[in-house]
Each structure stands twice: as structure tokens, then as C-alpha cells.
Design a binder for this molecule. Structure first.
Ligand SMILES: [Zn+2]
Length: 315
């Protein structure tokens, strides 16, 4: 394992674009610090709507080529974030976007929502045992806002974390590995309220409408937030990554809209709830680093702990 950087972060998302919206600043920050950042995306987002009129033909009920197109958008977004390890769960197209909750696509063969959790988790166990992340980031049990693929991504990620640590589970997938800390994506309600107030006062006409706070995934009372990552230095990378998902996202300054044309804020401080593992912050305080308290990992600069690194090797 001496070829792995000291700090290793795994993010599990449902569709291309979710990673940039939720965690773009965090991913850019850790990638810049030399941490291994691994993104696993569960579907290609084939059922998405398309914003640019000239690309409308890609959608599922016309050419049905949006999935392939979004592979390219995701690759471009990862380039903006400096993330080189991005994969699709089971390979591109193994699981298909299930559409919105209640859609007939939910029950189609191959739809992610229609997939056995343990079967999908097996693919993620292989990644976990290979990359050996100390930190996992995914959604809460509601998937942040109830989309079936987001709920399923939560279930698969949590199940895979357990299975990866179980020595009795499929030894052929690699040596067992226990993840130290698991986080769910969050937005504190007070921060969302302030950001929407700013949107209303400074850019009321940027988009045809303005989203409701509860349209933002993962909004919870502030008391649930354990961790905040200040990504201000990587705000430009985050918005560039969001712009790369051109079929899905329209960015206007510090605001953006999805295909529903409802404006919402881009958060460059990103928030998390630690749900497994021990907080590295004093009681009552928030963490400012996802790796705080992880054994064998120290400080925010990150690269000095690389196992097996020789002095001068990075000169
Ligand atoms: Zn999504």
C-alpha cells in the first residue's frame, strides 16, 4: 500500500453533476493537497432533462444518448477539480438512471433503483478494498431529497462500507478495509436561508424563478452539522466543474439552476454530518478537515505522511 497517498477520500454519487454541486470545492481542495480523491458515480444520468436546446435530441425519449454525453461532461468536470480517479459503479452503463420517484423507469430492468443493494454494493467493495479510503462521503437515507437513485446510492454506499470491512465477505475482492469516518452531505438551514435572501436581493431575475429551500438536498437544522470545509479558494474550480455539466446546469455568477430554471446558490463552503467515526473537533465545535482524528494522518497539508515517500521525491 506504499503507492497510496496518506489521505484517501471516496465519494459516492448517483449521477454525473451531483459531485460538483455537492462536493466540488471539497474535492478540488483535497486533490490540490495531494490526497487521493476517488469518485464513484452510480449511473450515467440517462433520464436527465437537457438545458441547451441544440442538445435536446440526446434525451431518453429521443436519441437516448445522454448517458454517453454525460460521461464526457463528468470527465471535463473532474479535470476542473483536479480529480483523476473517477469511475462508474460496475462500469459505465452497468446501472441505469431510474428517473424521478414514481416514474415507470423506476422498475425497468437494470434501473439502479430496481437493483439488489448487495449486488451493487459488491462493485463498491472492490473499489473500497483497492483504494482503502479513510473517509466516505455520500447522501443521507432520503438521498438528500428523495430521488430514487440518490436513496439507492446511500444504501449501496453504507452497505459496501460494512461489507468491505467484513473478512468473511468475498476475499477475492481484496483484503478487508474499515473506513474510519462516514459523512452525509448537508446544508445548514441558516446558511441556505441567508444564501437565498442574497439571491433574491442581488439577482432576482437571473433565472425565471427561484427554488425553495427544501429543493436543496440535505438541508437540516444547524445543530446537525459536524463539519464544514471552507472551499472559497476553490470556488472557481467548483463553478467551472458545474459549467462542464452543460446539459444539466446553468451557472450565473454565484448562483445556478437545473433544468427546472429555478435559481439557487452555489455553496463554496460545503457542510457535512459525521455519522460514523469520531469527530476530531472539541466537543461542540465543528471539524474543518474531513480527516481530522484519522489515525496516521496529520495536518492539513497532507503530503508529508505518504508512506514510503523518500525525501526530495516530490522536488
Ligand atoms: Zn442526481
Amino acid at each position: 500500500m506504499t503507492d497510496l497517498p496518506a489521505r484517501r477520500l471516496l465519494l459516492v454519487h448517483a449521477h454525473p453533476d451531483d459531485e460538483s454541486i455537492n462536493n466540488g470545492a471539497t474535492m478540488a481542495l483535497y486533490a490540490a493537497q495531494g490526497a487521493r480523491v476517488t469518485l464513484v458515480t452510480c449511473t450515467r444520468g440517462e433520464e436527465g432533462e437537457v438545458i441547451p436546446p441544440e442538445l435536446a435530441h440526446l434525451v431518453a425519449d429521443r436519441d437516448d444518448t445522454l448517458g454517453d454525453h454525460r460521461i464526457g461532461e463528468l470527465a471535463a468536470a473532474m479535470k476542473e477539480l483536479g480529480v483523476t480517479d473517477h469511475r462508474f459503479l460496475g462500469g459505465p452503463g452497468r446501472f441505469r438512471d431510474s428517473g424521478m420517484m414514481g416514474a415507470e423507469q423506476n422498475h425497468r430492468p437494470g434501473a439502479f433503483w430496481n437493483t439488489d443493494v448487495d449486488e451493487a454494493a459488491g462493485y463498491l467493495v472492490e473499489v473500497i478494498r483497492s483504494v482503502r479510503p479513510q473517509v466516505l462521503v455520500t447522501y443521507d437515507p432520503d438521498g438528500g431529497y428523495g430521488h430514487p437513485d440518490h436513496i439507492q446510492a446511500h444504501r449501496v454506499a453504507m452497505r459496501a462500507a460494512d461489507l468491505a470491512a467484513d473478512p468473511a465477505y468475498r476475499s477475492g475482492l481484496g483484503a478487508p478495509h474499515a473506513i474510519d469516518k462516514i459523512y452525509w452531505n448537508r446544508v445548514p438551514r441558516s446558511v441556505a436561508e441567508q444564501a437565498f435572501a442574497r439571491l433574491r436581493s442581488t439577482a432576482p431575475d437571473a433565472f425565471p424563478g427561484i427554488a425553495a429551500i427544501d429543493d436543496v438536498p440535505g438541508v437540516v437544522n444547524d445543530t446537525r452539522i459536524t463539519t464544514e470545509i471552507d472551499g472559497a479558494a476553490h470556488a472557481a474550480a467548483k463553478t467551472a466543474a458545474m459549467r462542464a455539466h452543460r446539459t444539466q446546469i446553468a451557472v450565473d455568477g454565484p448562483f445556478f439552476a437545473l433544468s427546472n430554471d429555478l435559481g439557487q446558490p452555489v455553496f463554496t463552503t460545503e457542510y457535512y454530518e459525521l455519522v460514523r467515526g469520531t469527530s476530531g473537533a472539541p466537543a461542540g465545535a465543528r471539524e474543518h478537515d474531513l480527516f481530522t482524528g484519522v489515525p496516521g494522518v496529520s495536518g492539513a497539508s497532507g503530503t508529508e505522511d505518504v508512506p514510503g515517500a523518500e525525501s526530495g521525491a516530490r522536488s
